[in-house]
Design a protein around this ligand. Structure first.
Ligand SMILES: Cc1cc2nc3c(=O)[nH]c(=O)nc-3n(C[C@H](O)[C@H](O)[C@H](O)COP(=O)(O)O)c2cc1C
Length: 187
């Protein structure tokens, strides 16, 4: 194992953060690792928005929770309630990645790769993290989508792609158990 493989093996999704904010220096290093990500045809049809604004985060969380609560299928809502009723798990900050929806399929793949750069860079720096697709619920009803896009500074026409919550772990857990049966060699 080398340092990179160790970081990949150590990364896990944190669902319980302390309120302590990582320094701007650390957040900048993580954001710079994000934009090192490859993208199809080097399109870079994304932005990396570091959100430290607690008011905005809490408003987005509340909007997302109320959308979840109103869904006919209650399974996601119930899962989040079992985990403490917090979409953002107490994280003090997050990186939101909006994408150009006119290239939705490939842009979403690019977005996922970029988010994985964030999680691995964060892990290597001792910053707990979790990819959070549910941040998109804040945009789902459409009621506040435009307002949140504006407050987050999305470029015109960009839409939420994914986000990564960041902070210091209050409690930790092991990563999922990798299933080696999913690997095969042909020839
Ligand atoms: C694209 C993506 C979106 C995710 N969104 C959420 C989310 O909104 N909330 C959540 O609790 N976990 C979310 N996760 C975390 C997964 O549940 C987690 O990666 C998986 O259970 C494996 O656990 P591990 O990351 O600890 O190995 C997301 C993961 C990915 C890749």
């Amino acid at each position: 194992m080398n340092e990179t493989l160790n970081v990949i093996a150590e990364r896990y999704s944190c669902r319980d953060f302390k309120s302590e904010m990582p320094s701007d220096e650390i957040l900048q290093a993580i954001a710079e690792a994000a934009i090192q990500a490859p993208s199809g045809m080097n399109r870079q049809a994304w932005r990396v928005i570091v959100v430290k604004d607690q008011t905005l985060m809490r408003e987005m969380e509340a909007e997302g929770m109320s959308y979840l609560a109103g869904m006919e299928d209650k399974s996601s809502y119930n899962r989040i309630m079992e985990r403490g009723g917090r979409l953002f798990y107490g994280a003090p900050c997050m990186i939101v990645v909006p994408i150009d929806p006119t290239q939705y399929g490939p842009a979403l793949i690019d977005c996922g790769i970029l988010c994985q750069n964030i999680t691995l860079a964060a892990t290597s720096l001792g910053i707990a993290n979790i990819m959070c697709g549910f941040t998109g619920l804040a945009f789902a009803s459409g009621l506040r989508a435009e307002e949140f896009s504006k407050r987050l500074g999305f470029p015109d026409g960009y839409a939420f792609g994914c986000s990564v919550l960041l902070g210091y772990a209050n409690t930790t857990k092991p990563p999922h158990e990798p299933d080696k049966n999913k690997i095969s060699f042909i020839g």
